[in-house]
Design a binder for this molecule. Structure first.
Ligand SMILES: O=C(O)[C@H]1O[C@H](OP(=O)(O)OP(=O)(O)OC[C@H]2O[C@@H](n3ccc(=O)[nH]c3=O)[C@H](O)[C@@H]2O)[C@H](O)[C@@H](O)[C@@H]1O
Length: 385
């Protein structure tokens, strides 16, 4: 296993009790505990993770496209820990190898570097189709590629599902509701989307991807599931993701200006990544095949969210206001009546609890990396690629 622990072990400089009580050692132990909870091998955890042995009748071969990304990698952890065989397919545009490196030598895990816009032949039982850049600056960096990923990519994955009779789940998005005129948004709402704006490549791409799922289901009897994912955050978000949660935390931890686009009155409801993963797995294994919102209805104005992050990080940052970005949805809140009824699912992690874990994650990253300049509102290629 090539993975090396990132946390620096404090150097001993006194007697044992003194070392164990030192803030640096306490911090080191906390970091190790946190990394173990994320299934990342550390000095204190085994090199090859132990996973349950499932009988052949229950063990599935599961493909996760975009499996090296933020959400994908947490989903992979869950499926591996359930004892399944997992194949990750990723082109590493926004995905990062370090998100999955702890599985690299596991006999039930395979990694395929591949772009979903090209067909691929694999033998699988289930497909979680997550591949697509999801942060606005990343998906707007190359809009042609983004629309190709959602259209050609989904078509290729549906073709694969049809050929091998696999069930396929599409990671769709709350962005299919555009700038919603109905609030909160139930699945029955058709949305308010601009076909020609900077967000269209993503919003319309996901809308047509949903339409393809519907067509393959009705015409070819493919077993399909559609998750409409609302704003999600947690450890392993890319530091240059450019979305509001990572930006505000990274800014606050460095006492840099917290950048609000517009007047801060726009709203979002935020869910922690473990809740999303739970919802995706429940939806995939349920009998429900219409679109299903997965999100936490806990709604914040962006201004209130900035103040929350500032308070939780004890930051000296100034909250600043930049021009609003074009076609930014003014309000968003998940209506999760369907998920509650059909999946017996609802979020368990309070936003502040999730924020605490995410703040710790970015603090650990800053300790190792030094300064991080978060991505602004303009289209940008993910850094470090
Ligand atoms: O996080 C998500 O799950 C969703 O994130 C984005 O949608 P958006 O809601 O615009 O996410 P953010 O970029 O995090 O923006 C949220 C709000 O914060 C604002 N923002 C963002 C970043 C920042 O530094 N400052 C700031 O005020 C944005 O203008 C927007 O009003 C993506 O488009 C969706 O695909 C994805 O499902």
């Amino acid at each position: 296993m090539s993975s090396t622990p990132k946390a620096k072990r404090p150097k001993p400089n006194g007697d044992d009790d003194e070392i164990m009580a030192s803030p640096a050692m306490k911090r080191f132990i906390e970091d190790q505990k946190f990394l173990s909870s994320q299934s990342i091998p550390t000095a204190l955890t085994p090199k090859i993770m132990e996973t349950p042995k499932l009988p052949d009748s229950k063990r599935m071969k599961i493909l996760v496209t975009g499996g090296a990304g933020f959400v994908g990698s947490h989903l992979v952890d869950k499926l591996m820990m359930q004892g399944h065989e997992v194949i990750v397919l990723d082109n590493f545009f926004t995905g990062q190898k370090k998100n999955i490196e702890h599985w690299m030598h596991h006999p039930s895990f395979s990694l395929v570097r591949h772009d979903v816009t090209l067909p691929i032949l694999l033998e699988v039982d289930q497909i979680y189709h997550l591949a697509c850049p999801a942060s606005p600056p990343h998906y707007q960096y190359n809009p042609v590629k983004t629309i190709k990923t959602s259209t050609l990519g989904t078509c290729n994955m549906l073709g694969l599902a049809k050929r091998v009779h696999a069930r396929i789940l599409l990671a769709s998005t709350s962005e299919v509701y555009g700038d919603p005129l109905v609030h909160p948004q139930p699945e029955s709402y058709w949305g308010n989307v601009n076909t020609l704006g900077p967000r269209s490549c993503y919003d319309e791409g996901k809308r047509v991807a949903e339409t393809m799922m519907y067509a393959y289901k009705n015409q070819n009897n493919v077993s399909t599931r559609i998750a409409r994912i609302f704003n999600t955050f947690g450890p392993r978000m890319h530091p240059n993701d450019g979305r509001v949660v990572s930006n505000f935390i990274i800014q606050a931890l460095q006492n840099k200006d917290i950048t609000i686009y517009g007047d801060g009155s726009y709203t979002r409801s935020f869910q922690y990544v473990s809740d999303l993963v739970e919802g995706l797995v429940k939806l995939m294994n349920s009998e429900y095949d219409a679109p299903c919102n997965i999100g936490n209805p806990d709604e914040y104005s962006i201004k209130a969210f900035a103040e929350t992050v500032k308070e939780m990080t004890k930051s000296k940052s100034k909250i600043t206001y930049l021009p609003k970005v074009k076609d930014d949805p003014t309000q968003r809140q998940a209506d999760i009546t369907t998920a509650k009824r059909e999946l017996d699912w609802e979020p368990k992690v309070h936003v502040k609890e999730g924020l605490r874990k995410t703040i710790d994650f970015f603090q650990a990253m800053l300790d190792v990396e030094g300064e991080i300049e978060p991505t602004g509102p303009d289209a940008a290629k993910p850094k470090g690629k």
